[in-house]
Design a protein around this ligand. Structure first.
Ligand SMILES: [Zn+2]
Length: 150
């Protein structure tokens, strides 16, 4: 019992097109406003709570109710989503290009660049953009700029 239909039945959700809507299992968001949505895309279960419940809070609640398997604690969970990594790679690439032109980022950009560099370093990807971002981190001006932050 891990598919959207089973969860929809267990949570008493209403069918709405390709998805199901109703009360959120985590926050109990009212059934009338249909704040909680469950759907399946490409065989993957997706859910969203308009009240702002986190993905992990809902996953935990579904697991507590026996509606889905608990994440295997032995298997490390990816720390960052693919979107987060892609954005971090772009920030690193843009930052590296700016540094190469000797345009020094302001404080806010600096913080974003340090954060992005950390994500890229921890989550290297074997994609064109991922390889370029890792390469950008290894350039001398980037290493000098980030210093201890790298
Ligand atoms: Zn919720």
């Amino acid at each position: 019992m891990t598919d959207a239909t089973a969860i929809a039945h267990a949570l008493d959700l209403r069918r709405a097109g390709k998805s199901w809507r109703g009360a959120c299992p985590a926050c109990g968001g009212s059934d009338r406003s249909a704040k909680f949505i469950v759907t399946e895309k490409d065989g993957k279960l997706l859910w969203f709570c308009h009240s702002g419940c986190s993905q992990s809070a809902i996953r935990q609640e579904l697991a507590d109710r026996g509606l889905m398997a608990r994440p295997d604690p032995r298997r490390p969970q990816p720390k960052y989503s693919r979107d987060q990594i892609e954005i971090a790679e772009l920030i690193v690439l843009v930052g590296e290009a700016a540094l190469r032109r000797q345009e020094w980022p302001n404080e806010q950009d600096h913080a974003a660049l340090v954060r992005a560099a950390g994500i890229v370093r921890e989550s290297p990807r074997n994609t064109t953009q991922g390889r370029l971002a890792s390469k950008a981190l290894a350039t001398s001006h980037m290493r000098v700029y980030l210093g201890d932050n790298l």
